[in-house]
Design a protein around this ligand. Structure first.
Ligand SMILES: [Ca+2]
Ligand SMILES: [Ca+2]
Length: 370
């Protein structure tokens, strides 16, 4: 029961009677502020943020020739205006889908929005964002904001597209790794080539010592496919002189996240024989630990608040380390396929992780649940 005194009751009645007018005035003021202050940060409802997506990842949008967004709204839209924040652009000669933009520009469902001639070409990693104002299929004007991967410099990005050899190139340029043993280079992948592991302790990918491993905030993401029902398959382990489980994603039959001597169980599995996008984030400040599966946040808890991962350790893909760079056990080895492993120095947002899921979901028949 809520009891109002006379003044509050009068205020409530006033709000109920005239609230619509206040909302209208606030909306007009908001639109006006947006129009006159394009550099101002704008906050929009999350429902609209999934409609316009960075098409091919947060670092390189299309391989060096511009920035590509996608109309993921499920219907044709009309783009009324585009606003860039941060140092993205546009510069002289700015083009939208190959031509000088004359708004509104129609974009079919699933269609591309390709921006060329940007001031900081192809750099939707520089802390910027793109705001797209568009009219949807119901003739409503909507606003979608695409946040670039600001501040999240990848500490490593293994695409496993080499297809042969003993080097797994780090596309971020920091930590090329060694492919040990004889995992199979496969074409059944989320993107390009990937590696298939058979669960033997001699097959893995290692970077020892890893340069610049995140210490107080991290995102680890990868695509995996496994149908193994017997092992505590480990996609990723980082061991340091501080702990052999300094940062560990353990057991695809029911993932646990280890942070040194602490761990949490998520009860989320990924061994049903289908591809899955798995992302784990952790930050020291409040211990927030999250696990995402196929774009959806499936676990959120608290883990090792106030502690730090120790730099200078070893990152191993497909084995669980019991000392730095070794101590593998067959019953904890990964069986199956791994592709597109990324490590970031920041806990990525729900939106960024959703965008990352959609990057390769279509190729492997995954519907991102976000
Ligand atoms: Ca790949
Ligand atoms: Ca261990």
């Amino acid at each position: 029961m809520v009891v109002f005194n006379g003044a509050a009751q009068a205020g409530l009645e006033y709000l109920l009677t005239y609230g619509w007018a206040l909302v209208l005035v606030a909306s007009i003021v908001g639109v006006f502020v947006f129009l006159v202050s394009p550099s101002q940060e704008v906050v929009f409802s999350s429902s609209d943020q999934t409609k316009i997506l960075l098409k091919s990842g947060a670092v390189s949008a299309d391989g060096g020739a511009g920035l590509v967004l996608q109309n993921a709204s499920g219907a044709a839209i009309k783009v009324n205006s585009v606003h860039f924040f941060g140092d993205i652009g546009p510069a002289a000669g700015f083009k939208f889908n190959g031509a000088a933009p004359v708004f509104p520009v129609a974009v079919v469902a699933g269609g591309e929005m390709r921006f060329d001639g940007l001031a900081s070409n192809n750099s939707c990693k520089s802390g910027g964002s793109v705001v797209v104002v568009y009219t949807d299929a119901f003739n409503y004007e909507r606003v979608a904001k695409v946040v670039c991967n600001g501040g999240a410099t990848p500490a490593a990005w293994y695409m496993f597209d080499e297809g042969s050899g003993t080097t797994a190139k780090d596309s971020s340029g920091n930590n090329d790794a060694t492919v040990a043993g004889s995992p199979v280079w496969s074409s059944d992948c989320a993107s390009g080539k990937c590696l298939q592991f058979d669960g033997s302790t001699t097959n893995y990918v290692i970077k020892n010592a890893f340069s610049g491993f995140p210490t107080t905030e991290i995102t680890a993401e990868f695509w995996i496919k496994s149908s193994d029902a017997t092992r505590d398959g480990t996609p990723l382990s980082y061991a340091s002189s501080q702990s052999d489980n300094d940062f560990l994603i353990f057991n695809y039959r029911g993932f646990s996240i280890y942070r040194g001597s602490s761990s949490v169980g998520t009860a989320v599995s990924a061994n049903d024989g289908a591809w899955h996008h798995i992302v784990v984030t952790w930050r020291s400040s409040d211990g927030q630990a999250r696990l995402y599966k196929d774009g959806a946040r499936r676990y959120s808890g608290t883990l090792a608040a106030g502690t730090s991962i120790k730099a200078g350790g070893a990152l191993v893909v497909a084995q669980e380390q019991d000392f730095v760079g070794g101590g593998f056990a067959a019953d904890q080895a990964f069986v199956g396929y791994i592709d597109d492993v990324k490590i970031f120095n920041r806990a990525l947002s729900d939106f960024e992780i959703c965008s990352s899921c959609r990057e390769h979901a279509g190729a492997v028949g995954v519907t991102c649940a976000c």
